[in-house]
Design a protein around this ligand. Structure first.
Ligand SMILES: O=C(CO)[C@@H](O)[C@H](O)COP(=O)(O)O
Length: 230
């Protein structure tokens, strides 16, 4: 399948969960731009699939208004993700990633992927640290991206779990051109492990937004992945 995400390349997606919400637009403006972050990672949590509530579609819609050309990488940590395809598309999401643990079966996930594509978004499937890759069946052949969680979903600021890298390695070996995202505890200290395993999309919240020099962190993350892809 040809990915809607273009050619395999290094991508950094700062997770806005770690930004200062009182001035979210200006926070995002500090990381987006040529040679900086290409995507913005938006974590939608419902307090049911994960034990936390973050923000919903009004925030995504506001970001879309402020940044008409930004790629909004939306990670839905929600039950019943099919319910939110249309609202997310309407709000301006570019990519909708749902959790395999939140759907009934791989067949149901395939129907959901079609619905996401029909709504004009790219589709991603996410796998929690304790979930085997096999749970996603052959979905890697029909989605635009697979997200391998490197922490338990629900909170920012946790420690990277290196044991999740075997899933990244397995996936990269079978899918050389697939976008593989890693999310949780990524920083200039942990990115080399993820890049060497084969991840090309790095989500980083605390490492970027809590840094004195955010652009230097983004450059370091991009540099590590680009070196591994070369
Ligand atoms: O999805 C999640 C948490 O559930 C992540 O996107 C975090 O927001 C990443 O935060 P850091 O670990 O980079 O601080």
């Amino acid at each position: 399948m040809t990915s809607q995400l273009g050619q395999l390349r290094a991508v950094v997606s700062p997770s806005i969960l770690a930004a200062d919400f009182t001035r979210l637009g200006d926070e995002c403006a500090t990381v987006l731009g040529d040679g900086h972050a290409e995507w913005l990672h938006c974590d939608v949590m419902d307090g049911a699939f994960v034990p936390n509530i973050s923000f919903g579609f009004p925030i995504i819609s506001s970001l879309r208004k402020r940044f008409p050309d930004a790629f909004l990488d939306c990670h839905l940590m929600v039950e019943n993700p099919g319910k939110w395809v249309e609202p997310l598309a309407k709000a301006g999401g570019s990519l909708m990633t749902f959790h395999i643990e939140a759907v009934e079966s791989v067949d149901a996930a395939r129907v959901l992927v079609d619905a996401i594509h029909d709504a004009g978004m790219a589709a991603g499937v996410a796998v929690k640290p304790g979930t085997e890759l096999a749970a996603a069946g052959d979905l890697a052949d029909v989605v635009d991206m697979v997200l391998i969680m490197t922490v338990e979903p629900g909170f920012g600021g946790q420690s990277f779990m290196p044991e999740t890298m075997t899933k990244v390695e397995t996936l990269r070996a079978s899918h050389p051109q697939l976008f593989i995202q890693v999310d949780g505890g990524l920083s200039p200290k942990t990115v080399d492990t993820a890049a060497a395993a084969g991840a090309n999309v790095i989500v980083a919240g605390s490492a970027v937004f809590k840094a004195d020099d955010r652009l230097a962190v983004i450059d370091a993350l991009l540099g590590s992945v680009s070196a591994s892809l070369a």
